[in-house]
Design a binder for this molecule. Structure first.
Ligand SMILES: *Cc1c(COP(=O)(O)O)cnc(C)c1O
Length: 395
């Protein structure tokens, strides 16, 4: 059997065995509805309260500022639409960036059709937002700045604390999509002046289909989901009990493991980057060289197609990604890679390896063994590469 190496942790992660263990009783003997007043209900309610405490503690927030959602996508939708509709009389202008996840970008585009004005900030070649450009984009009508904490494709970490400071000074709400950042970077919502923050369970070894929106106390926001009185009347629907419990545990484990995670994975990441650069010609690292997630490697390999690379890697048992999981299946190159200025062909030859707590040194060595011959083989079939080698093309 071929070895299997999973390096697509930015797409999703396995559920941690301790998380699963914590969840299981809440499907069977502790199945109560948290809204019920009998002992079954109270037991369920207590479990939800505990998870809320685990999340609040991890963010430096209060428990009444934590709201469970059905996904990271829902948290992003709620933050942006909720702020937009609740603060419409104050203004209709939103500032975001060109490199956000589609959960943010498509929500902003939707609001544009409903009378809101959105500024999409450009980023530099490393995917960084320029805070001076952000300042000059602010208008009297600006009600929300939404900038992701760390990018899911290229791993670039934004100057969140500085952005929070700017937003606070101008009295504008600041939302950050921290789905990729949480568990990879220390986060404190007060120190960083964050008003709203999105998280997702399945990116941090929790289950899929559960997320969190942190909403600072006093923030004026509309509801997205209407119905019962759950989540202090802010997010209706019977709580996803077992998943909430699992998310709480995943968050607790991520915080406990944070220092070790950062140290170990950034070492493996740097080994993988250096190894690729050493062994393969015409390769470019995408994203910021230092301000990047400890688990992210994104490279453009010239004269090959990302999809072909992925298929060959998959045959060798290696799971990676080209661009983001959401855009694969479409032929357009990733909006993030285009925003950092990559030409279409270079963007098409991009690969993302995202490491996780299950990644070992042997996994990295295996990739470094397998990848170079795959690239050689694909380049041998590329007319562009043979023309280049023959000196007929300037790159
Ligand atoms: C995965 C992801 C999301 C979406 O979270 P889901 O829980 O899968 O809906 C949003 N933003 C970023 C940056 C992500 O990586």
């Amino acid at each position: 059997m071929t070895r299997r190496v999973y390096l697509d942790n930015a797409a999703t992660t396995p559920v941690h065995p301790k998380v699963l263990e914590e969840m299981l009783p809440y499907f069977t003997e502790r199945f109560g509805n948290p809204s019920s007043i009998h002992s079954f209900g109270r037991e369920a309610k207590q479990a939800i309260d505990k998870a809320r405490e685990q999340v609040a503690k991890a963010l430096g927030a209060r428990t009444d500022e934590i709201f469970f959602t059905g996904s990271g996508t829902e948290a992003d939708n709620w933050a942006i639409k909720g702020i937009a509709y609740a603060n419409r009389e104050k203004g209709n202008h939103i500032i975001t960036t060109r490199i956000e996840h589609h959960a943010v970008l498509h929500t902003c585009e939707y609001l544009e059709q409903d009378g809101f004005e959105v500024t999409y900030l450009d980023v530099d070649e490393y995917g960084m937002v320029d805070t001076d450009k952000l300042k000059s984009a602010i208008k009297d009508t600006t009600i929300l700045i939404t900038v992701m904490f760390a990018n899911n494709e290229i791993g670039t970490i934004q100057p969140v604390e500085e952005i929070g400071e700017i937003a606070k000074e101008r009295g504008i709400y600041f939302h950050t999509d921290a789905v990729q950042a949480f568990g990879n970077v220390p986060i404190d919502v007060n120190k960083m002046n964050i008003d709203l923050l999105s998280m997702s369970g399945h990116k941090i070894m929790g289950p899929k289909g559960i997320g969190v929106l942190y909403i600072r106390k006093g923030v004026k926001i509309h509801n997205l989901i209407h119905g019962g009185a759950q989540e202090r009347k802010r997010r209706a629907g019977t709580e996803n009990l077992a998943y909430v419990v699992g998310l709480g545990k995943a968050v607790e484990l991520a915080v406990e493991n944070l220092d070790n995670h950062i140290h170990r994975l950034s070492g493996l990441r740097d080994r993988l980057i250096a190894g690729i650069m050493e062994r393969i010609d015409f390769v470019k690292l995408n994203g910021h060289p230092e301000k990047r997630l400890p688990n992210n490697v994104n490279v453009s390999i010239e004269f090959v197609e990302g999809e072909s690379l992925l298929l060959s890697l998959d045959m060798a048992g290696i799971a990676a990604s080209s661009g983001s999981a959401c855009t694969s299946g479409s032929l357009d190159p990733s909006h993030v890679l285009l925003a950092i200025g990559l030409p279409h062909e270079t963007a098409h030859g991009s690969l993302r390896f995202s490491l996780g707590d299950g990644t070992t040194e042997e996994d990295i060595e295996y990739v470094l063994e397998q990848l170079p011959p795959i690239v050689d083989r694909l380049r041998a079939m590329s007319p562009l590469f043979s023309q280049y080698k023959g000196g007929k093309v300037n790159v």
